[in-house]
Design a protein. Sequence first.
Length: 479
Amino acid sequence: MQRTNTLPDENLAAEVLPPLLAVIGTIAAMSFGLLLLAQWRSSLSPYLLVCTLVLSVWASSSLFQRGRLRQAGAVISYTLALLPICSIIPFGLANNTLIYLATTGVIAAGVLISPQAPLRVARVALSVLLILLAFPGLLGHERAEPGLNIAVGMTMVVLLLSAAALTWAAGYAIHGTIGWALETSRKSERREKLFRATQADFEGTLRERDQLNDRLYKLTLDLETARAEAEAAYRSKSSFMATMSHELRTPLNIIIGFSSAMIDHPEMYDGQPISEAITADIVEIKRSGQHLLGLINDILDLARIEAGRLELNKAAVPLVPLLDETIRTASGLLKDRPVLLRREYANPLPSVLIDAVRVRQVLLNLVSNACKFTMIGEVAIGARVEDYEVIIWVRDTGIGIADGDQTRIFNQFEQVESHDAKQHTGTGLGLSICRWLVDLHGGKMWVESELGKGSIFSFTLPRVQPALNGNAVHTTEPD
C-alpha cells in the first residue's frame, strides 16, 4: 500500500483538536489542584508533569491558531503518549495505572497527524519506557522486581502496538471514507457549477426565445397584413382580368366576324371585287384576331380558375368519341406534313366522369402543341384503363423538352427557351390551364420528354365504375 504523510482530513483534525485541548487543559488544572490539596511534597516531578501538560496544551493551541495542524497534533499526541510513562518518575512502577493512558496519545496521533503516526509514537513511548525500566538508578529509584518489569513492559508493548495497529487500520479506513466524501463533494461542486452554468445558458436561451417569439409575433402580424393586402390585390387582379377579357371578346368577335364575311362573301360590297392584296391583309387581320381571342379566352379561364369561379358540369361521358374527335382535329392541323397520326387506344373504353367541354379543351391544347412542334415523325393519342381511372396521353416525336424546363412549362406565362420553340408564338398559359383543369377533375398531369426525341404529355381522369345491378357508380378514388 502506498505510504502517505498527509492528514486524513484537515477538517477532522480541526474539529477534534479544540475540544481535546479543552479536555486536557481541564484535566491538567484538576491534577494541579489535587496535588495542591494533597500537599504533595515528596518531589517536584508531579508538578513538572502537570506544567509540561499545560505547556503542551498552550503550544498546541498556538500552532492550531496559526493553521499548523500537523505540528499541533504532533505536540499533543506525543505529550499524551509520553507523560503517562513519565509518571513512573514520581509514582514508581507498582500500582501505577497512569502509564496505561499512553495509548490515548497513540490513538490521537492517528486522528491528528497521519495513519502512520501511531506506530512512530508507540515506538517512542516504548523506548522511553524501556529506558526507565532498564535504568531506574537514573531517577533515584531502586530496581524493581524483574517479574514486575517484564509484566508491565509486555503489557505496554501489547497495548501500544495494538493501539497503533488498530489506529493505523482505522486511519486508512477513515482516510478512504473521507477521501471518497471529499471527491464526492468536489464532484458535487463541479456539478453545481455546471448546473448553474447550464441554468444561466438556459435562462439566456429562454430570453432569446422570448425575443424571437416577440419578433415572430410581429412578423406574423406583418405577414397577415401583407397576405390580406396580397389577397385583396389578387382578387382585384382576377376581377380586372375577367372583366377586361369579357369586354375585349365582344369587339374581337365583331372584327373576326366581319373579316370572315369579307373573305367568304366579297359580293356583299355591291359586287365590287376585293383585290388579292386586300384579301391577304383581311386574312392576316382574321388570323391575328383569332390568336388574340384565344389569348383572351385563356386569360379569362385563368382568371376564373384563380378566383374559384370556374364550375365543372360533370357527367358520364363516353371517352372513345372524344378521342376520335381529337384525332380528326389533329389530322387537320398536320395538313400535308410527313407526320404519321397514330391511334393508341382500344375500343371500347369506359365512360369517364368529366366536364366534356373542359376535357376537350385539354386534349385540343395538347394535340395542338404536339402538331405545332412536330415537323416529321408521328403524333399519337392513346389511353389505357386502370382500376379507378383512365390514363390519357398525347405523344409526339417533336423537338422535346429539356429536363430543366419540364417543371417550369406548367407555370403561367412560361415557355420553352429554344430556337425551335420561339418560331411558334404562344401565350404560355395553355399547359398551366390544362393542369388546373385536370386537377379540378381530381386527376393529375405530368410530362416525359427528352430533348430532340419528343414528348409524352399524360393525365388521368376518373372512370365510371359499373355497379352489380347495372347502374353506373361514379368513383374517383378507391374506398
